[in-house]
Design a protein around this ligand. Sequence first.
Ligand SMILES: NC(=O)c1ccc[n+]([C@@H]2O[C@H](COP(=O)([O-])OP(=O)(O)OC[C@H]3O[C@@H](n4cnc5c(N)ncnc54)[C@H](OP(=O)(O)O)[C@@H]3O)[C@@H](O)[C@H]2O)c1
Length: 181
Amino acid sequence: MSLQRSFTAHVFIGVSLDGFIARPDGDLDWLTERGAAADGDLGYQEFADGVDTIVMGRVTYEKLLGFGPDAWHYDGKHVTVLSTRLPADADPRITVHRSLEDLVEALDARGSKSVYADGGQVVQSFLRAGLIDDLTLTTVPVLIGQGFRLFGDLDADIPLTLRSVADMGGGIVQSVYSVAR
Ligand SMILES: NC(=O)c1ccc[n+]([C@@H]2O[C@H](COP(=O)([O-])OP(=O)(O)OC[C@H]3O[C@@H](n4cnc5c(N)ncnc54)[C@H](OP(=O)(O)O)[C@@H]3O)[C@@H](O)[C@H]2O)c1
C-alpha cells in the first residue's frame, strides 16, 4: 500500500505484560480495575483530543456498544469501523469500510489528519501496511495467558524508537514508541 496519505495514525492501548488487550470473552477487568488505571485516564483524553478520526475494528465497536450509550465519547470525531460483515447502515454515527485499502482511500479523500487506530486486528492491519506512526502502550503488570492479541504476524520486522517511559503507579508502565522509517 502506498505510504502517501493525508494522515498520521496512532495507537493508544492497554496491554497485559504478556501481550493481550482483552480476555477471550472480551473482559477488561485486568485493565480497568487495577490501581491507577482505574482512577485516572492515563493520558487518554489528551491523546483523544489530538485526533480527528477513529478507526476501530468491528469487535471493539460491538464491545463498546455493550457498555451502553454513556461509553460513546466520539461526538465531533469521524468514526469508522472496519468490518466485512457489519451492515453499512448499522449506526448513523459510524462509517463502515470493508477493507483497509477502501478506508485509507476514504480518509485521504476527506483529508483526515490524525487517526486513532483501535482494536487488535486493526492495529495489526495498520502495522503490516506501514501506516502506524506511534504507539502509546499502557502495560499492566499481569499475565492473563490468553485472549485477543495486540500484535500478530508480520512479513518483516518493524523497528521502533522508544520516545518515553513513565511509571504510572501500581506497576503500570506507559511507553511511547515511534515507528522508525
Ligand atoms: N485493552 C485495550 O485498551 C483495548 C482497546 C481496544 C479494544 N480492546 C478489546 O479488544 C477486543 C477486540 O480485539 P480484536 O483483535 O478482535 O480486534 P478488532 O480490530 O477490534 O476487531 C476485529 C474485526 O474487525 C474487522 N477488521 C479488522 N481489520 C480489518 C481489515 N483490515 N479489513 C476488514 N475488516 C477488518 C473484522 O471484522 P469482521 O469480522 O466483521 O470482518 C475483524 O473480525 C475487544 O474485546 C475490545 O474490547 C481492548
